[in-house]
Design a protein around this ligand. Structure first.
Ligand code: PLP
Length: 385
């Protein structure tokens, strides 16, 4: 059976050019060595850094390679809260952030006060809440602050309007961290235009390997490192670099193809229309009311049809998708994202995410709809019996 992989927001299949670049990097030396082998590896790192900088319109000097999105996020938050000079003492975190961000903020414990920026049912963050909270904010009295807002959500693909929110943050003397892990490769991302102080990215969401990413920083921004040791990455991230992974990240960045996205938006439209045509009671498509959404993501709830059952039935039918909720100790735990959007328990328990990508075939939407409808009808019959 040919498998149909529709879970690109979880991880993308490796692009062939990326695989080739990684194979070519396998026998490289240590980039810190001064001999020819070392210099060759160092040159490869710098080529990859330039590729990231070019793809994301960012200064190459501010890019620090990490072991992925999670490390970049921990480094950004911890680095700002633990730095010796001018540490932030308050972190505003949107309720929609990835767990890497929520938990890394929480782990900073007594160093910072954490405040949650609420979300609107559309999947956008409540900008009015932030505006109101910051209007009378005085960094001299209330402390230096960092605002953490993701560019695009991993579950429903909603894109946040950062251009509207950032001027007030900067005007108040705050810092902005943007988790761009899901946005990169799906929409145009310019670090310079966003004016963010910090931005996280990850290779395995863009046709690159797992376990490598980067933190983009405004040049000159000083952060406390996560790791201490050698002088790699200008002393910002000690440890011999993941040369093979970084080669893969650079190749994946060079191979980004936003022109593909119109094709994926069409697949998204087909899935949305196909689901609507089935007249499913209580069907809810998340993020549709937002101004902007990722072109590759459909997230919907079909109350009464448990997400785990959907995932398993589709897996047996050869299709890989994700549940928008997690099952722990036999109980379905609502995802914090749909909960923040006001989902009721039936919606939360039946949320499915379908995400397309570079290798998705043209008939993917129709194949998905046919298999999903079969599974839905089987479940409906079982429920009625
Ligand atoms: N941020 C977002 C929005 C994500 O979707 C993910 C991964 O799913 C991460 C961060 C973590 O990235 P990584 O898997 O590279 O640690």
């Amino acid at each position: 059976m040919t498998r149909l992989f529709l879970d690109h927001n979880a991880s993308t299949p490796l692009k062939p050019v990326v695989r080739e670049a990684m194979i070519a990097a396998m026998d490289m030396g240590n980039p810190s060595s001064v001999h020819g082998e070392g210099r060759q590896a160092k040159a490869l790192l710098e080529t990859a850094r330039e590729a990231v900088a070019a793809a994301l319109d960012a200064p190459a000097k501010g890019i620090v390679f990490t072991s992925g999105g999670t490390e970049a996020i921990n480094f950004a938050l911890g680095g700002m809260a633990r730095r010796t000079q001018d540490p932030v003492t308050r972190i505003f975190v949107s309720a929609l952030e990835h767990e890497a961000c929520l938990r890394s903020a929480a782990a900073l414990g007594k160093l910072v006060n954490i405040e949650t920026i609420p979300a609107l049912p559309s999947g956008e963050i409540n900008g009015d809440w932030l505006t109101e909270r910051l209007t009378d904010y005085d960094v001299q009295v209330d402390g230096l602050f960092l605002v953490c807002i993701m560019l695009a959500n991993n579950e429903n693909g909603v894109i946040q309007n950062l251009a509207m929110l950032s001027p007030l943050i900067f005007q108040k003397g705050g810092y902005l961290f943007v988790d761009a892990v899901q946005a990169v490769g799906k929409v145009a991302v310019s670090f310079n235009n966003l004016q963010a102080d910090l931005m996280s990215i990850s290779a395995h969401k863009i046709g690159g390997p797992k376990g490598v990413g980067a933190l983009l920083t405004k040049p000159g921004l000083v952060l406390e490192p996560l790791f201490y040791g050698g002088g790699q990455e200008l002393r910002r991230r000690a440890g011999t670099e993941n040369v093979i992974g970084i080669a893969g990240l650079g190749a994946a960045m060079a191979a980004l193809d936003l022109a593909q996205m119109a094709r994926l938006a069409d697949l998204r439209q087909q899935v949305t229309e196909g689901l609507r045509a089935m007249n499913i009671e209580g069907l809810r498509i998340w993020g549709e009311e937002a101004d902007q959404r990722l072109p590759n993501t459909v997230c919907f709830s079909a109350p009464g049809f448990a997400a785990e059952t959907q995932v398993m039935a589709l897996d047996l039918a050869g299709i890989a998708v994700s549940a928008g909720s997690a099952c722990s100790s036999g109980k379905v735990k609502a995802s914090h994202v749909v909960s923040a959007l006001g989902a009721n328990s039936g919606e939360a328990a039946s949320t499915l995410r379908v995400s397309f990508g570079w290798d998705t075939p043209v008939d993917a939407a129709q194949v998905f709809l046919a298999k999903w409808a079969e599974a839905y009808q089987r479940a409906a019959k079982r429920n009625a019996a």
